[in-house]
Design a protein around this ligand. Sequence first.
Ligand code: NAD
Ligand code: MG
Length: 299
Amino acid sequence: MENKETQGLVNPLTRFQQPPYPKQQQPFPGLAGKMDPIPDHGETSYVGSGKLKGRKALITGGDSGIGRAAAIAYAREGADVAINYLPHEEEDAQEVIRYIEEAGQKGFAIPGDITDEAFCVQLVEDAVAHLGGLDILVNNAGKQKSHDSIEDIDSSDFDLTMKTNIYAPYWITKAALKHLKPGSAIIATSSVQAYDPSANLFDYAQTKAANVAYVKALSKQLGPKGIRVNGVSPGPIWTPLQICGGQPSDAIPEFGATAPLERAGQPVELAGVYVLLADTSSSYSHGQIVGVAGGYGHP
Ligand code: NAD
Ligand code: MG
């Protein structure tokens, strides 16, 4: 199949809408389908070529944003995909399941709150039962809330960010390990915030640095078992996370404007990297963090 949206020479500056973006806010966790512009997760552009044929993936936060782009791409590359998300996101999630099924693959929607350890264990068991195994685990769900001052962050905010971004990947990975055979891949979603934190993302930035350490430490444990562990470090990407408290609402119109590529990235621009890190073609990439940041960042 030909992909008209990316064939030939495409200027990255003008491939997608540039700032200013319309000012907007949604209550957490937000819906991609209600954003303006609606993010591009590769629905009309991602073309697969069988790179993940027969593979079985679990993606947290697979309803929207970066996780959704990975889910659509994985299905078009031949994988069956289970996605986790919060019950409020059912609408986005059902669209993703439809795209997975349209790609001829099995899609499983498993809603639930990953800040709960018992749910994380159940999530993995349910995914394994539905998929008939598991060999790609993408720990991608995340919580980001902007606060101007450390004094504005109360312990419940801090706790929620830590539980979502650090504890959940720990619980989910621990539960998944017994199912992962040699050749399996684990992918974490970190951030440029791990390396160059913004003043207003004090708690979030710490969790994203923790995600880098997760990749570096776990890769040393799991390399000898033939399980690869890598991470992705996105820059400013146009997703619900940012318009439901991740950024101050005044910052939305110019989101990504100071990046060398002068715009926010779209989730589809990360799809190829998530495929690459899961795919056997990157079988010697291990313990790495790959940046997709419009020119920001230094993983
Ligand atoms: P997103 O809002 O589309 O995805 C985040 C997902 O996390 C949500 O869809 C939701 O399903 C899930 N989630 C949050 N709390 C949860 C909970 N308690 N239980 C279950 N699921 C929960 O936004 P996104 O930007 O695609 O975020 C994906 C990842 O990318 C996050 O880890 C985020 O930190 C990271 N990231 C995003 C950006 C960016 O600019 N958007 C930049 C760097 C890193
Ligand atoms: Mg979502």
